[in-house]
Design a protein around this ligand. Sequence first.
Ligand SMILES: O=C(O)CCC(=O)C(=O)O
Ligand SMILES: [Fe+2]
Length: 262
Amino acid sequence: MATTATALNPVFEEKDALCEDLDRVLRDHYERVLSEDYIREKSQQLLREGYMKVTEILPPETMQALSAEVKDIIEKTSRRIDIQIAATGNSPRKMSTVNYENFMSEGTLVPALYKSAAMRSFLDRIAGHPVEDCAYAAERITATKQEKPGDTHGWHWGDHMYALIFIVQAPEIDAGGMLQCIPATRWNKENPRIHELMTQFPINTYYHATGDIYFFRTDTTLHRTYPLERDCTRIILNYTYSGPDDHHRPKTHETTQAIYEF
Ligand SMILES: O=C(O)CCC(=O)C(=O)O
Ligand SMILES: [Fe+2]
């Protein structure tokens, strides 16, 4: 809604109009694709696997526009890292990254969609409780790009309850880059025991093609991307959210600081 301050500022007015348009488009879309059976099936999968594919959350044209903006911001602002992180058992991060500040200063659709009330209420219904802005702003919106053999976002958990991942570009399955998950696990930052957990519990592996979107429970799902096996491009946009389980737990953010804040 236009306030006196925004009415005087054409940039804010444009952003308000974009948010209203986006919410209208998404509400129409959800009326067509959402049913009680869909919600029940997806929330059950989320509960059991800590993961669910939710490509229906955006109309294809919106996903295309979002992907174009992400690619453009990656071209302008990404930086390459090649590090190991102690709090996740020295698992590797070999990729380029874009941080929250980059998206807030360069993006329009990407920040608007994060705040979309229509999309958030879709996620609330699947989660079965409110899905909230990530309490730690730097984790809200990030992106990664992998391109060389060996590139990987190594084994880790998230500091907050959920992430919605948009697959902006993905190689064929023979190149690697699949998501691997070990659900219903807990992160002990002093002793992450990644290899023990890999031998104790089954690992689920999911392939995603360009345009796919998935939602997952990141604080209790140990996950990684399978290393790339040839030159190719894999780009994702990550929206991270908090939820009720985050309210009473003390937080530290070692992985975000190492990967996105430099
Ligand atoms: O690239 C993916 O599919 C997973 C992304 C991820 O785990 C993250 O951004 O924290
Ligand atoms: Fe992650």
